[in-house]
Ligand binder design. Structure first.
Ligand code: ZN
Length: 271
């Protein structure tokens, strides 16, 4: 009799440490917090999904910006090529004109009567020939630049083609992904509505406020006297209150709703 009484006493004391060993109905406060925790799980999924959805338009903007850059680079390259072609044509026209002049003057040299006239024309011819040499050099230089600009333009065209391809392919993919994310989001939202119905209305405002301030977590278990929301100890008296009272308590540090977690080493396992 005495021995039996002692055993019961031990079981009672063990039961006091964990809910599982205590076969009574769950306190109302725990049920309310469980409903909030379910809602919290869905809210976290919604948050992750929104974050994921945000990365896609950003990627789309990035690839479009790269495509626009490639387009601008090509326009610039083509502009440079056109400038070079124009300058080359001008130099060629100039050269042609000067060459015609030289030919004309040279044919006239022998017709001249006086040495002075001859000397004057010979000087003019000299200047015209120098001009021609300069123009020929300039044409050669421009030809080199033209080759370079042509290569640059071809490379810019290829780059633009690649970037356009990326926009086309990835753009399609991103749209498809966004569509599926939207469908998943709609599912989560309706699940959320269903869960909100099950939650205690009096707790909702605080739940919403705290989860927004505290990284999405508004309900946290207390394990071995530590609030798992903020990893700080709660006063021992409060830890005790969690086990004995049906009041809904909040962590004095992070203001999350707290509840006593089932002990990992449940007494049932050892009995
Ligand atoms: Zn806390």
């Amino acid at each position: 009799m005495t021995e039996n009484f002692t055993v019961v006493g031990i079981i009672d004391r063990m039961a006091g440490r964990g809910e599982k060993a205590f076969p009574r109905e769950e306190p109302l406060s725990r049920e309310k917090l469980k409903a909030l925790e379910e809602l919290q799980a869905v809210d976290l999924k919604i948050r992750d999904l929104s974050a994921e959805a945000e990365t896609h338009p950003a990627r789309l903007r990035q690839i479009e910006a790269e495509r626009n850059q490639a387009k601008a680079a090509l326009d610039q390259s083509r502009g440079r090529l056109a400038d070079i072609e124009r300058a080359r044509r001008q130099q060629q026209d100039l050269l042609q004109m000067e060459k015609d002049k030289v030919r004309k003057w040279e044919s006239r040299l022998n017709e001249l009567k006086t040495p002075r006239e001859y000397a004057a024309l010979a000087r003019e011819l000299d200047i015209a020939k120098k001009t021609n040499t300069t123009a020929e050099e300039e044409i050669r230089r421009l030809a080199g630049e033209h080759d370079l600009a042509k290569k640059e333009t071809a490379a810019a065209e290829q780059m633009l083609g690649e970037k356009e391809g990326v926009v086309e392919r990835e753009g399609e993919q991103i749209k498809a992904v966004l569509d599926s994310l939207q469908a998943r989001m709609a599912e989560l939202q309706s699940e959320r509505e269903r869960l909100v119905e099950k939650c205690d209305k009096a707790l909702m405002n605080r739940y919403e406020r705290v989860r927004k301030q505290r990284g999405g977590i508004a309900v946290a278990p207390v394990v071995a006297g530590t609030c798992k929301g903020c990893q700080r100890n709660i006063p021992p008296q409060m830890a005790n209150q969690l086990l004995t009272s049906d009041e809904i308590l909040t962590c004095p540090n992070c203001h999350r709703f707290i509840y006593a977690a089932d002990e990992p080493q449940a007494p049932e396992a050892t009995v």
